[in-house]
Design a protein around this ligand. Structure first.
Ligand SMILES: [Zn+2]
Length: 440
């Protein structure tokens, strides 16, 4: 639970950007009419998991505060403290192993669902990325939903409701989260983290528009000195350096793991991979790339080569060290589970590499979209990179709206192809050949 940093986050009424959903949940709670199965859907980082946690916390709290028609978790009782430390016996989060939630995980959950609540009257299961349930795990979950006693509450969280089994969908109360504008998120961040508008803007932009990530960095009080204006080659070097650092951070944690489940948790810990320094370096490089009027003709091939080599080295080092631990732990697991965990580790390593390529393409796309906003409307509040609007506007002048629109389409197609395992080298070279206008 990387987002839970203080008691404010446990309070439903603090989920400012999802007012109507929060009001509905609070009304249900006060009337004692809560549903047994919820499906929270909405865009990435629209606050689904935060609201799920706050909702569970308010129901589990020993001394909930009832203020101005809000029912909030107190933040200090035994139950609230357990939620904050991610150790509440009656609040379980389920995540996919690799790209799927496996049937074995649902069976484990079923065992734990049979237990009585330990601290209060309810037991909550939050199933994250419920759109990654496969046919077997989905059907197995459906059975549990059909037969559960009323003290069990299931919250399924998914970006794409169309990928959730229709039989599950029909049993759940659907709550669709809205996608707030950048301006709203910035104002929320200022209020939530007590920061000025420009700091909030900078961190929102660093996070690629992800409010949960931005809150985490802002609350951690990361000192953020303004970086000197980097040239394109400098920003390229610092981006590649930051990518290199992922490996040492992960390896240090991997070596300390005494179980394969622990190993998987290391791979799932986004904060080990995506630091604000890495995000900053990626953002700077992408901005310079759009701002560069001329690029050497060899640039696309050279950069793609170094970028992918760096990621390949990362992958190999993670694999080598993971295999070492699997070898040592072999005796402690039944062979079916061992195979599943081994596969899970393989998936997670590939996912880390995939995510880095995708994050690069995604940031290029976010900047291109900023250029599009800047071109269509003078209202600069719509920009994600509002603190870099000079670069955005001058890049727009240079590239022109039709080319920017074409770029957004091209990057979208590239991300699609990447998801279908097309050679990433070709994809990157193709995208980068389209930058920099004229070539030297
Ligand atoms: Zn409490």
């Amino acid at each position: 639970m990387p987002y839970l940093l203080d008691t404010k986050q446990l309070q439903l009424s603090n989920s400012l950007l999802q007012d109507s959903i929060v009001r509905r949940l609070i009304a249900q709670t006060s009337k004692g009419r809560i549903a047994q199965t919820y499906l929270f859907t909405g865009a990435f980082s629209s606050g689904k998991k935060t609201v799920a946690t706050a909702f569970a916390a308010s129901m589990l709290c020993k001394t909930p505060r009832n203020e101005r028609e809000n029912i909030n978790a107190c933040g200090t009782c035994e139950s609230c403290r357990a939620v904050l430390f991610d150790s509440h016996p009656d609040l379980t989060f389920l995540y996919p192993i690799g790209s799927e939630i496996r049937v074995g995980q649902i069976r484990e959950m079923q065992k734990s669902a049979a237990l009585k609540p330990m601290l209060g009257d309810w037991r909550f299961f939050v199933i994250c990325k419920a759109d990654s349930l496969n046919e077997f795990s989905g059907n197995s979950l459906l059975k549990i939903l059909e037969e559960s006693p009323p003290h069990l509450i299931f919250i399924l969280v998914a970006e794409n409701e169309r990928k959730v089994l229709p039989t599950i969908l029909s049993r759940a109360e659907l709550l669709a989260f809205r996608d707030p504008s950048y301006r709203e998120i910035r104002e929320f961040l200022c209020h939530r983290c007590s920061k000025d508008y420009s700091t909030a803007s900078r961190f929102l932009s660093l996070s690629g528009g992800r409010q949960g990530q931005a809150v985490t960095w802002l609350l951690k009080n990361i000192p953020h000195q303004e970086l000197p204006r980097l040239s394109l080659p400098d920003s390229q070097i610092s981006y590649l350096n930051e990518l290199e650092k992922i490996s040492s951070r992960l390896l240090k944690k991997i070596e300390a793991q005494k179980s394969l489940e622990g190993l998987l948790r290391v791979f799932d810990d986004v904060s080990l991979v995506e630091t604000h320094e890495l995000s900053n370096a990626r953002r700077e490089f992408c901005l310079r790339l759009f701002g560069a009027p001329l690029l050497p003709a060899s640039f696309p091939i050279l950069f793609s080569g170094i970028f992918l080599d760096t990621l390949e080295r990362l992958k190999n080092e993670l694999k080598k060290n993971t295999e070492k631990i699997i070898k040592l732990q072999k005796e402690n697991y039944p062979s079916a589970l061992l195979k599943e965990l081994e596969e899970g580790c393989g998936h997670s390593i590939s996912e880390i590499v995939f995510t880095q390529i995708d994050a690069f393409l995604n940031y290029l796309c976010l900047i291109a979209k900023d250029m599009l906003y800047a071109g269509h409307s003078p209202e600069q509040e719509l920009l994600l990179n509002i603190d870099e609007k000079e670069i955005i506007i001058s890049a727009l002048k240079f590239h022109g709206l039709p080319r920017v629109e074409a770029k957004i389409r091209l990057i979208g197609q590239a991300r699609d192809l990447l998801g279908r395992y097309v050679n990433p080298g070709l994809i990157l070279e193709n995208i980068l050949s389209d930058f920099g206008g004229r070539f030297l």
